[in-house]
Design a binder for this molecule. Sequence first.
Ligand code: HEM
Length: 409
Amino acid sequence: MTISDVPGIRDDERRRDAHDFDPVRPEETFTSAHEEFQELRSRHGGLVRSQEYDGFWAAVGYDEVLQVITDIEHFTTRKQNAVPKFAFTGVRPPLHLDPPEHTAYRRVINRFFTPPRMRALEPHVREAAVSLLDPLLSERWVDVCKQYAHRFPAYVFAKFFNLDVATSELIKNVSGTYVDAIQVLDHDTVKSLSGRLYEIAQGIIDERVAGDFDPEEDLTAGLLAARHEGEPLPAAMILGCVRQLIVTGMVAPGVFTGNMFVHLSRDPALQDALRADPSLIPAAVEEMLRLYSPYRGMARTAREDVVLSGQLIRQDDPIALVYTSANRDEKVFPDGERFILNRDNIQRHIAFGRGTHSCPGAPLARMMMCITLEEALARTASWRLTAEPEMAIWAEWGTRSVPLDFVRA
Ligand code: HEM
């Protein structure tokens, strides 16, 4: 008997052939994707199907996403770790490796996100935020995405990764265009920009090999000095890892930051409350991370036939992890579409994933978002939207343009 013969497991071709949703909707607004995901969850449960990108499952329920990301025996990141798949862009640890190979890279990376490291980085993150926010105050109309959210991660990353700001801004620009090209399936541009990002990563490595960098202070030098079972990590994997870090660290903060400004424009009472009492900001950021989780196209592939939510998933089927939807699942977060400051079970949100591949950058991301709000609220009397925000498209969810009327304090 095979797994598909087990009574109660759905393997009907109708579900496989179903087209429950289109991942790419050019007309998306700030609320439309969440409305659609809510509808999908209530109509189909936590697992849906799309025929786009050669067909894929999408885990839109909390339990389904959690099952996939914590079951490394049945789901791998080695084959297809994003929807859509771009086959030619290479293996990049840690995301593209499973344990045990994955562990050697995470061991090094995790050392750079400890609380003492974050405390040491904090003044630099604040300085970057202030240097970008201050000039905006004299310009009454600002696009907080283009003038702040898309630049801030490059400044922070330069400090975190020991790069000059020019290199970091170059990475941010190239990776921004790269992500845009992925969204529109522009294979030639993805290929050439991925190559460019590899060149930049190689340049960072070459500088460490030639120079005097302390492996305890510099992440790339740390990877070069690391030993796994007595051997150095393979050069191609170190290159892949640096290439992954320079892009991953920029994408999510860039697409998430504008969401906070939109939310607070739409809720002036909350804006005033946070301005009056900044100690509420970390809890507000946490609830916004839940409400506006930026990833919906990260994925896993089934290593073998496996059952998810009563549905047979066949070997090699890709499954998108729709964190954007899972974190609003009413089964776990009552009134999940609403912002509730200090909701009881906020620590259950999975905006940073869970388990093996959970985000190592979470402490830095949280710090960046809290500092952004602290400094922006302190410098303004209010802000409000002057037009509808423009949205990024699948595989991220979030804003790419947020025009604001920024009123100085
Ligand atoms: C708002 C900001 C951020 C969010 C919401 C976020 C979210 C996530 C999520 C959901 C994952 C897991 C993906 C999966 O399950 O396939 C992840 C992985 C990862 N993130 Fe983040 N991230 C953010 C910022 C950052 C930053 C600032 C860095 C680095 C400086 C970073 C580096 C990484 C890396 C390297 C991985 C792969 C980890 C592994 O495979 O072991 N992220 N992130």
